[in-house]
Design a protein around this ligand. Structure first.
Ligand code: SF4
Ligand code: SF4
Length: 321
């Protein structure tokens, strides 16, 4: 096409495709405007009105009802933690979606949602310890206790201080932030889930059991109570933990069977098995409490162990999508 023809095509919208750019791809058919069918549209009605009506009809379509009333409300409260506990919760993958779909509405979680103030909750999963030099953190944990039926210390920092036990302050830009306490030193805590981070399964199990405790039938409530009681006892036992616990509470009591679960659970490999028994490198220990929590001879009572199959069946049934 010559320059004149191109100019004409630009000015008058005519473009002879048979001439010139033979290899130019035709516009895909889907981009062509469909001819407007006017038979069913009254003469007074503009096509735009039809579109608006169509949108309105979509909005009015009945929505699928969800059993929100039967769900419990759960919040994730982030104190001085690293978000690793929340990541571990998310590591339940489809299991987390099942929990959120069937059992729990996540009503507060600054990492995932835009609710700025701590609402009333059935279960508060609190991650991290509390900086006692930061009055907002102290107020936040007290508010959490006031607004929650069940407070769960999620992870080693919330339960025992964990790595924040080693904070000494003096770092810019808040050198005065030198004191960090496990939440149990400031408020009453109902359930502990120790570990750095706690396993996804542990968090999932506690959520499902909290649901059964609050919303289940009598049998389910009894089962959930049996499962949660050791975690509640752990919360009453205190806010101190270190690798020495397996020494003083398990090995020295003649309970250790050399299974190696403590060594497998330690996130910093402070425990090695020597001659079939755990040896703890205390300088490596970050005081997370995982070794004691994972030891099968520590805080789980035989009552719970004897109900293990029923508990796992209840959890498996609950987690069916
Ligand atoms: S020995 Fe390891 S698992 Fe046990 S409290 Fe110390 S860091 Fe945690
Ligand atoms: S986890 Fe196993 S090896 Fe470690 S203290 Fe407990 S019983 Fe012993």
């Amino acid at each position: 096409m010559g320059i004149l023809e191109s100019l004409k095509a630009l000015l008058f919208g005519k473009h002879d495709v048979s001439e010139g750019k033979k290899d130019e791809k035709p516009e895909p058919a889907v981009q062509k405007a469909e001819p407007v069918k006017t038979e069913s549209v009254p003469a007074t009605e503009k096509p735009a009105d039809v579109i608006v009506e169509k949108k309105a009809s979509i909005i009015q379509e009945p929505k699928e009802e969800k059993p929100v009333a039967e769900k419990i409300t759960v919040g994730h409260v982030h104190m001085s933690g690293c978000t690793g506990c929340l990541v571990s919760f998310a590591d339940n993958y489809e299991g987390l979606l099942t929990i959120l779909d069937k059992y729990a509405d996540l009503v507060y979680c600054l990492t995932l949602a835009d609710v700025r103030h701590i609402p009333e909750m059935d279960v508060a999963l609190v991650e991290g310890s509390v900086c006692i030099n930061d009055h907002l953190s102290v107020e936040e944990i007290i508010e959490t206790r006031k607004n929650s039926k069940i407070v769960v210390a999620l992870g080693g920092c919330a339960c025992y201080g964990n790595i924040t036990r080693f904070c000494r302050g003096g770092q810019m830009n808040q050198p005065q932030h030198e004191g960090f306490l496990p939440i149990g030193d400031l408020i009453d805590v109902d359930v502990y889930i120790p570990g750095c981070a706690p396993t996804p399964q542990q968090i999932r199990n506690v959520c499902v059991m909290a649901y059964l405790l609050l919303k289940g039938n009598d049998e389910q409530k009894a089962l959930a109570g049996a499962y949660l009681t050791p975690f509640m006892n752990l919360a009453k036992a205190g806010t101190e933990a270190c690798g020495c616990d397996i020494m003083t509470q398990v090995i020295n009591q003649g309970l250790c069977m050399g299974c190696g679960s403590c060594a497998a659970a330690c996130p910093v490999r402070a425990i090695s098995m020597e001659y079939g028994k755990p040896q703890i490198e205390r300088d490596l220990c970050i005081k997370c409490g995982a070794c004691y929590a994972q030891c099968p001879r520590s805080f789980f009572s035989f009552d719970v162990v004897n109900q293990y199959e029923a508990i796992m069946d209840a959890i498996d049934a609950a987690m069916q999508p």
